[in-house]
Design a protein. Sequence first.
Lengths: 444, 409, 182
Amino acid sequence: MSAVSRTWDQLTLPGKFLAIVVPILAVLTTGLILVIVLFGGAIWNVILANLPVVRFIAAATILLLLSPPIAFVIIYMEMKVIALMNLRLGPDRVGPWGTLLSTVHGLKVLMKEDFTPTRADPVVFTWAPVVVFSTAILSALVLPFAPGLFGQDLNLGLLYFFAIGGLTVVGLLMGGWASFNKYSLLGGLRSAAQIVSYEIPLTLSVVGLIILAGTMSLNQIVQQQAGWFVNWFVIRQPLGFLIFVIAATAEANRTPFDLTEADSEIVAGFATEYSGMRFGFFFFAEYIGVFIISALTTVLYLGGWNAPIVLPHIVWAIDIGSLSGWILAIVAIVPVLGTVLLGAPFFLFRSRTRWWVALIVGFVLFNVLAVGLFGLWAYISFDWVAGLFWFVGKTFALVFVFVWLRGTLPRVRIDQLMGFAWKWLLPAALLNLFVTAFAFVVVH
Amino acid sequence: MTTTLPPGTHVSGDDPNVLIDDDYASYEPIPPYPPRTEREAEFYTLGDGEMYLNMGPQHPSTHGVLRVVLKLEGERVVDIDPVLGYLHRGVEKLCENADYHQTISQVDPLEYVSSLFMEWGPVMAYEKLLDIQVPRRAEYIRVLSGELNRIASHALFMGWFALDLGGLTPILWSFIERDEIVEMLAALTGQRMLFNYFRIGGVNGDLNHEFLSRLGDWMSRAVGQIDANTKLLNENEIFVRRASGLGVIDTDMALKLCMTGPNLRATGLPYDIRRAHPYSVYPELDFEVPTRSEGDSLARYLLRMEEVKQSLRIIDQCLHQMPDGPIMAKLPRLLRPRPGRAWAALEGPRGLYGAYAISDGTDQPFRLKIHDPSFIHLQAVGALLPGHLLADTMAIMASLDPIMGGVDK
Amino acid sequence: MDRALKLRLEARFGGVLRGPVRQRQDQTEIRIAPRDVTDVLRALHDEPPFSFPVLADLAGVDTGDTLQVVYHLWSGTTSDWLRVIAEGLPREDPRVPSATFLWKGAEWMERETYDMFGIVFEGNRDLRRIYMPADYTSFPLRKDFYLADDAARSPGAGVRHMERSHAPNDAVAGTVRRTGAA
């Protein structure tokens, strides 16, 4: 034992990490290979028999795995964009232009002490962030990211979305109540009132769109917006779009409706007593919520995964097989040639550049070019790549708008918020509905 | 083995070795002593459906260390009890044991945002005790730097007011303004914030090239920048709706509450010490006293922005009318005024800044009483707030512009 | 220096003034007894030849012998500041009528004076300490207040009780200054 402990003490921290992880990984890999070899066929049959369930599990897993990166990107955007609007720099040091900062924030949140306040209700206190986070993920299951890329194409996709999204308020109330803190209680109650009152204009504003589209399935709504951008529902339902965006901002607790977490009045609202990963869940859930409402707005009103213009149909098939022997030559020569050709102008026209710096620059540029060409080929050849590109682009444009709103606008007060929802948004949504229905009947 | 716990305790959920008292720390901010006055008794008895909320000394938004106990009925504030003293430094007592010159740097940190005005009061009082005439150039420099400090203070007010309402951007934009002014004053006085610039009988240093060049540079851009900054808020519907009709004071109530400065002028009474009881060289300067009649938070905010424009006018005139001459009166090193009393008051960004100095013939003041407007205006929050919502607490407090250093002396 | 104000004051308050009306530069000063504060302040506030609407300051002063309360008032009818000194308050039991019946804003100023000097303002609904903690036992701005030097060495003395107000005889020589200036 002493020899082992002495050797252990001599290892550095990365050494210790590797000494633990590598054997475990080796064992797991061999186990996995054994299982696949022995039971592979049986497993495959089971999967094929239960395809919907497997699809659900896969979709939920992928969404869960993707949500931290998306949240990180949005958090970074928020910090950087608001900073630039405030005429300051924002994250600058960690990573190029501070891009790794939100990752570091995520790690920091994992490392913080995760305690429960003395008189808090431990079960409810622990489950509140889980509820909030999981409702966000579950509601994203019906979003069509690209043709064929969705968790499930429900007939009632939109209804499902609003139903699950409304469960968020349960989580917020749980968090607010269980914290045994008056600030949290006020924050939770405010959020309950706010979300419940903005549900109604939110759902009503979409009914006009449902009348026009004739379906509640999100996939089919996107498919109906194919073609030029004049087919997008935002042209046909401008008032609905406006109401939807405003109500969605309130649903996601974003400024100007962020009084549930108004940190100049009630410290952090329902999340006051949370720290560590539980706070991380609330934090993530908020930014995933921003992503999801942007995604929903894109899907419903801005054409989803459709391009705004109709691109001519190109086929760019590369038949790797026909090149056979030449492939080795291409792989050997093209990168070198590209590096030299792209680096040459820097060396030739700028006397301060040394030749190896020019080669490095050329290499980087060649990589950029190669990745760009590959992306272009993927865009042309696979329609899901093209769809994903447009979907993500539009969604992040809307996320930028939400972040812009946060940087610019002050907060509304609770009574002004409720008054706005019940006295202005609700009648406007009803008006939109009646006009759409009337126009629909008249036209058809 | 089950061990019985002592009654009234339970095991902590996080660490099983720790026992927690169930009556551990009263969670309500009710004082652990019997009420000392009838007002305290009235405040600390709860009615039906009411609760206490303690906005403690550590809070993102009280203007310094201030503890405010609110009695709420849901979201509506029924009553409020501010608790002060977290920043009390005993400045008046310290001044009694310091030279006359040392007291100037003692009073600087009281209203740290507008330190020059805080110094100006005692300095004027001592000059009255000593019966000395301050050279005209020194007076002009005092007015010039004072008005710059007023603009800086109002810029801070604007940013802080917007921050308390939820807008993240205006404070950073106004701090750009403030930074430029503060750098200017650092070129003039040597310090960015607690200037220690005024001396008994004059000022510490003359205008220098760096200060004048920065000032000229800034003045050429000032109006445009201030307009751009205020446009962000003035035309913002949410901000206007949050601030208008909030905390309305009428002139009678304001005078009863001993309010002065922009808070009083926003109710309609054009009371400005620079005109009501002129001092220094203000009689020679041409400026208006902006007044508004609504008396709500929005009026206070707009009034302060108009005052900034008037300050720019004054600075302009000072620069053009600056006389030559000495910047300090001839005084002995060791000051021993004749026994007597003197009071001096001036108009600062928050209101009436006053100093009452008593001299007993020695080289230390016998008593220096500083009158601070933030102290008075914080009382007004208690009179204005009941009936408003929780979110308005911060809005009203921010619109009255208290600085806790001055409140707590 | 407003001579007319001096004449008006002497004419109206001649009986209750405890000394001549002093004027220096732009300040006029009158001295009254504590029991006359209510009448004098009300007259100064309400009566037309005076009509002082603004209470600029309310201060306490410890002259070494007795305590004083000093009010500073402003009016549009005169170019001077008016200083009203209520003097002669005994150290053991200083009591003055409160000015809150005229100016509600005097409440906190009186709280501060009570906190620092111990002067009790009768009629102030909220006369409790404002700067010092509630269980503080001495009045800091009095001339016979001093901090005990060896508080740090005392094991039982907490922060709050380390300052004790001794009788003047126990004080270090030179602490209490009696002058005729205030």
